[in-house]
Ligand binder design. Structure first.
Ligand code: SAM
Length: 212
C-alpha cells in the first residue's frame, strides 16, 4: 500500500461510507474495510476492475465490497453512500466525472494536475475546502483536498495556491523558484503570460513572507 493511499484512508471516519471512483487495483477499498468502513469501487476499465477483484479475493472481500464497471457515477445508487474518493486522475477526468452537483457530504480528491482549475470546479459545485494537504510519497508530491458540501468565497490566491498554510512554506518556495525560471524563458512579446506569472510570484512571495 502506498503512503498516498494510506493518507487518503486516514481522512475517512467511522461515519463515512465511500464510493472509490476509479478504484483500479482496489487497494483503498482494502484499507477502508480494515477500518470497518462501508465502501464500494467503480472503474471505467474492465481490466482495472479485474485487478481489484483479484486483490479483494486475497482478503476474502469479494462478496463484501461491490465493484461496478461504469463511467464515473453513472448508474450508481449514490444515496447509499455519503463520501466520494477520486484519486490518481487528471483534472479533465475529474471534471468529466463530476459533471453535476451531487448531494454528497464529503469528497476527497487527489488530482494529478491543475489544482487551480480543480479548486474552481469544486467551488462552483458548492463544495468548500475542509483541509488541503501536500504529502510526499516516493519523491512525488501529492495534493489531497478534503471537501465538504457547502459554499465558500475563495480569494484568487486561494484558488491558485490553496489556503495559506505555514506548514507548506517549502512547497511555496519550490513553486516560486519554478515560476522564476519559467519567467526567464518567456519572450518579451508574451506580455499577458508574463503578467500572469508575475502575479503568481507576488502571491507566493506574500505567502512565504507570512511565516511567523
Ligand atoms: C491511475 S488510476 C488511480 C487508481 C486509484 N484511484 C489510486 O489513486 O491509486 C486511475 C483509474 O481511474 C480509472 N478511470 C478513468 N476514468 C474514469 C471514469 N470516467 N470513471 C471511472 N473510472 C475512471 C482508470 O481506469 C484507472 O483505473
Amino acid at each position: 500500500m502506498t503512503k498516498r493511499l494510506e493518507f487518503i484512508a486516514s481522512l475517512i471516519n467511522n461515519e463515512d461510507s465511500v464510493i472509490d471512483i476509479g478504484t483500479d487495483h482496489g487497494y483503498l477499498l482494502i484499507l477502508l474495510n480494515k477500518k470497518g468502513i462501508k465502501c464500494m469501487g467503480t472503474d471505467i476499465h474492465q481490466k482495472a476492475l479485474s485487478s481489484a477483484l483479484n486483490n479483494l479475493k486475497e482478503y476474502h472481500l469479494e462478496k463484501k465490497i461491490p465493484l461496478v464497471l461504469t463511467d464515473g457515477l453513472n448508474n450508481i445508487k449514490i444515496d447509499d453512500y455519503n463520501t466520494l474518493v477520486i484519486a490518481g486522475m487528471g483534472y479533465n477526468t475529474i471534471k468529466h466525472i463530476l459533471n453535476k452537483s451531487y448531494n454528497i457530504k464529503k469528497i476527497i480528491v487527489q488530482s494529478n494536475n491543475d489544482y487551480d482549475k480543480l479548486r474552481l470546479l469544486f467551488n462552483n459545485l458548492e463544495y468548500k475546502i475542509d483541509k488541503e494537504y501536500i504529502i510526499e510519497d516516493k519523491k512525488h508530491l501529492y495534493h489531497i483536498i478534503s471537501y465538504l458540501k457547502g459554499r465558500e468565497v475563495l480569494a484568487k490566491e486561494e484558488i491558485l495556491f490553496g489556503k495559506y498554510n505555514k506548514e507548506y512554506q517549502k512547497y511555496y518556495q519550490q513553486d516560486l523558484e519554478k515560476l522564476k525560471e519559467i519567467l526567464k524563458s518567456i519572450p518579451d512579446n508574451h506580455q499577458k503570460t508574463i503578467l500572469e506569472i508575475k502575479e503568481k510570484i507576488n502571491i507566493l512571495e506574500k505567502y512565504i513572507g507570512a511565516v511567523q
